[in-house]
Design a protein around this ligand. Structure first.
Ligand SMILES: C[S@@+](CC[C@H](N)C(=O)[O-])C[C@H]1O[C@@H](n2cnc3c(N)ncnc32)[C@H](O)[C@@H]1O
Length: 239
């Protein structure tokens, strides 16, 4: 039976179709948009994004000379401000299109086209994050295996950011249907584009069982990001 690694979903086509916008705007704003934070539910400015990444850098103890890997790094929006701050950055993504954008924007980064399940245990890095990627995974079992691989790779901390909150699933779907213009339009637009929802207690239990301590969850907080109230972040530290 497949473990989900080789199953292509509608989302793969979405990520393959995202390109950098034209000349207008900064490199970082282009990456933010290519990573999907510009959708009907998004609209995140470069300023808000820099503030968000800096907050996570501080929470996870990332500073110049440190190292981070983003699992599902996309076009590299999360990594670019960290690279500019002197952090050694790397990422994996199953979309070669997205990864091409990241490696052009951050030539010194270490990138590989790979499924999240194939995250290598070496070389160890201080922090392993996954921002806004677990929502695209096929099953909770798959997500658990990726989380365990992330913990094995990290020497300091692991953060899974922007998980779809199971407690707010019904409300989330209602507002997505409204934004799409009704049930029929929603069904047409999002056929095959499901999100995976997570229970907060389950996620805390998973990170603790994987060996992290001081595990915490909080509601997503990112200015201009319409999904934020329906998402949460969960992180913990290597003892
Ligand atoms: C929202 S984008 C990532 C944004 C990026 N983490 C950031 O914040 O800058 C989601 C990415 O997850 C990748 N992805 C989804 N499922 C994946 C999987 N199973 N393995 C690896 N990458 C995956 C997609 O190709 C896409 O590039």
């Amino acid at each position: 039976m497949s473990d989900g690694r080789d199953v292509t979903t509608g989302w793969d086509a979405v990520w393959a179709s995202r390109a950098l916008p034209g000349a207008a705007g900064s490199v970082l704003q282009g990456l933010i948009d290519a990573d999907g934070y510009d959708s009907a539910h998004g609209g995140v400015t470069e300023r808000a994004w820099r503030e968000y990444v800096a907050r996570w850098g501080a929470t996870l103890g990332l500073a110049a000379g440190g190292s981070v890997v983003d699992v599902g790094c996309g076009a590299g929006a999360f990594l670019l401000p960290l690279a500019e701050a002197g952090v050694r950055v790397g990422g994996i993504d199953r979309s070669s299109v997205q990864l091409g954008l990241a490696s052009r924007a951050i030539p010194e980064g270490e990138f590989a086209v790979a499924d999240a399940l194939d995250l290598a245990p070496e070389p160890r890095v201080d922090v392993v994050v996954s921002m806004s990627t677990f929502i695209y995974f096929p099953t909770l079992d798959y997500a658990a295996r990726v989380a365990e691989a992330m913990v094995s790779r990290a020497t300091r901390a692991v953060a899974i950011l922007d998980l779809a909150d199971a407690a707010r699933r019904a409300e989330d779907l209602r507002r997505r249907v409204r934004a799409a213009g009704g049930e029929a339009a929603y069904a047409r637009r999002y056929a095959g584009l499901e999100h995976l929802y997570y229970d907060r207690e389950w996620t805390v239990g998973l990170l603790e069982a994987s060996g992290l301590s001081d595990v915490r969850c909080e509601t997503q907080s990112l200015d201009g990001y319409g999904n934020a109230p329906f998402r949460f972040n969960c992180w913990g530290f290597v003892p």
